[in-house]
Ligand binder design. Structure first.
Ligand code: ADP
Ligand code: GLC
Length: 483
């Protein structure tokens, strides 16, 4: 099958979160199954690109959209990447979505409308590059209009083949909402501007467009697929999702087991594995040294890497941090996000410089060092579509504390569960009381080397690779083409 995977971000070129990791790994895992897979994303301003340009194609201007170019690159491993170049729209500093201060670009409708439109074109005979996809796999709101444009193309195409579409929801909280008049520049006809189309509370939602018009919908864990059909985590789209339940399924993300492998990770101080675990202690020493933390042997070290936002429940960590230090433990935090939350963590590290270290910013190597050097990983998310860090931490022998939600519920087994093979500590809900209790349980378990090592070993033996998930996507593509 010819599969086009369209995404706003892909590691290591551009990454703001888990979607970047998934975009780097899943398309390659699908290619390894024998499919002809290509990835499409914008050519952003400060992106570091590798590979060889093997094609250059013009994309004609259309309505409000300027002329663009499609660069075809062959990566070192043979993987094909299409970069959508339109400097006027994409060559800017900041993240894919906005300025470095978090402010969204004010022409995002046009920017991601073009990405979606070109993805859809690549699924039709009007493809600009001579390669026509059988499946267009969209990801999150920035690509949400691709299924819509494909549906339009299908009704205009007569007997000509048009790709089937799939949208994966990585986070329902981000919906790509714009004023209704954006429909004019986005080429959305009047009859599709209503509730059955792209309308959302008087404006438009690019994600809703994807959910309404895609041939299939997936999300990144089975539990989240159920949760988003309810009012609590449905973010106003639960009704739409319930209406499409027959084409909605959850497929748990995998992790890149080459990049995230403590036995062979160039970013950490010492290699280790389940059969040869002694290097883990050296990583703890190195991490505390790097972060300027007191090196006393009997202090348990908690780690956190992630966006400092309400979703991630990091306020529970900030609130519990003082108690944690009073009980002789330490905390190392890496993240960026809400200004108030950043300030709260900075203040904690100023008050307890020997026991709390906070690094604001995005730092790939420190992220690996925390996974390797911490004793226990903190991820008390309020909701979590899948989550990758809890998987990394299990593989790195760093049992996580997580909430029973989304992909966290699907990938961590509680230490005290009747089911054998516990790998972490699961809080039933994201409350302060439950967080503090989980920390107590972790502290107690850590004091018993036998209990702790068994948690570590069970986690390190988990297989979170992409094989099973890629197979599930491949089966789904097959079903879409058979229908
Ligand atoms: P989300 O996509 O919701 O942010 P995930 O757990 O799926 O959460 O993925 C987050 C990814 O981004 C992980 O690979 C994590 O290591 C990485 N990450 C998050 N914040 C930082 C940071 N400040 N520095 C380095 N890596 C980070
Ligand atoms: C999102 C979610 C996260 C998920 C990631 C990759 O950013 O918040 O839970 O792991 O996408 O699918």
């Amino acid at each position: 099958m010819k599969v086009l995977f369209v995404t706003p971000e892909c590691a290591p070129m551009v990454k703001t979160g888990g979607l970047g990791d998934v975009s780097a790994a899943l398309p390659r895992a699908l290619a390894a199954l024998g499919h002809d897979v290509a990835l499409l994303m914008p050519a952003y301003g400060d992106m570091v690109i590798s590979g060889q340009i093997v094609g250059l194609f013009a994309v004609a201007p259309h309505g409000a959209w300027p002329a663009a170019q499609l660069l075809k690159l062959r990566q070192e491993d043979g993987f094909i990447l299409y970069l959508l170049s339109c400097p006027q729209l994409y060559a800017r500093a900041g993240t894919p979505y906005g300025a470095s201060n978090g402010q969204d670009h004010d022409d995002n409708a046009l920017r991601f409308g073009l990405l979606s439109r070109v993805a859809a074109m690549m699924g039709t005979q009007a493809t600009p590059c001579g390669w026509q996809a059988d499946i267009v796999h969209a990801n999150d709101w920035p690509t949400g209009l691709a299924p819509f444009y494909l549906a339009q193309a299908r009704s205009a195409a007569g007997a000509a083949p048009v790709a089937r579409s799939l949208i994966t929801v990585h986070n329902l909280a981000f919906q790509g909402i714009f004023p209704m008049h954006a429909c004019d520049v986005l080429d959305i006809p009047t009859e599709d501007r209503g509730m059955e189309g792209v309308e959302f509370w008087g404006g438009i939602s690019m994600l809703k467009a994807g959910l309404n018009f895609a041939d299939a919908i997936t999300t990144v864990s089975p539990t989240y697929a159920r949760e988003i059909q309810g009012a609590e985590l449905g973010f106003g789209l639960d009704g739409v999702l319930r209406g499409r339940a027959s084409v909605l399924r959850g497929i748990l993300n995998g992790i890149d087991t080459v990049v995230w492998n403590p036995a062979d990770d160039p970013l950490i101080a010492a290699p280790y594995s389940v059969d040869s675990p002694s290097g883990k202690a050296l990583n703890k020493t190195a991490l505390r040294q790097r972060c300027g933390l007191d090196a006393a042997e009997n202090r348990m070290l908690f780690g956190l890497v992630g966006r400092l936002t309400h979703q991630k429940g990091v306020d529970l960590v900030a609130q519990g941090a003082e108690r944690l230090v009073e009980q002789g433990a330490q905390l190392v935090v890496l993240g960026n996000g809400d200004a108030a939350m950043q300030a709260r963590f900075t203040d904690l590290s100023a008050r307890y410089p020997e026991h709390i270290s906070v690094t604001l910013g995005f730092d790939e190597s420190l992220a690996h060092q925390i996974e390797a050097g911490a004793d226990c990983f903190l991820m008390p998310s309020r909701f979590e579509p899948c989550g990758l860090n809890q998987m990394y931490s299990q593989i790195y022998g760093t049992p996580p504390i997580v909430t029973h939600t989304g992909g966290l519920a699907d990938s961590v087994v509680d230490a005290d569960s009747p089911q054998p093979g516990g790998t972490g500590f699961v809080m039933q809900a994201p409350t302060q009381e439950m967080f503090d209790h989980a920390v107590q349980r972790a502290l107690a378990a850590w004091k018993s080397p036998v209990a702790w090592e068994s948690l570590q070993r069970a986690g390190m033996r988990q297989t979170f690779g992409w094989d099973a998930s890629a197979m599930a996507y491949s089966d789904l593509y097959g079903e879409l083409l058979a229908n």
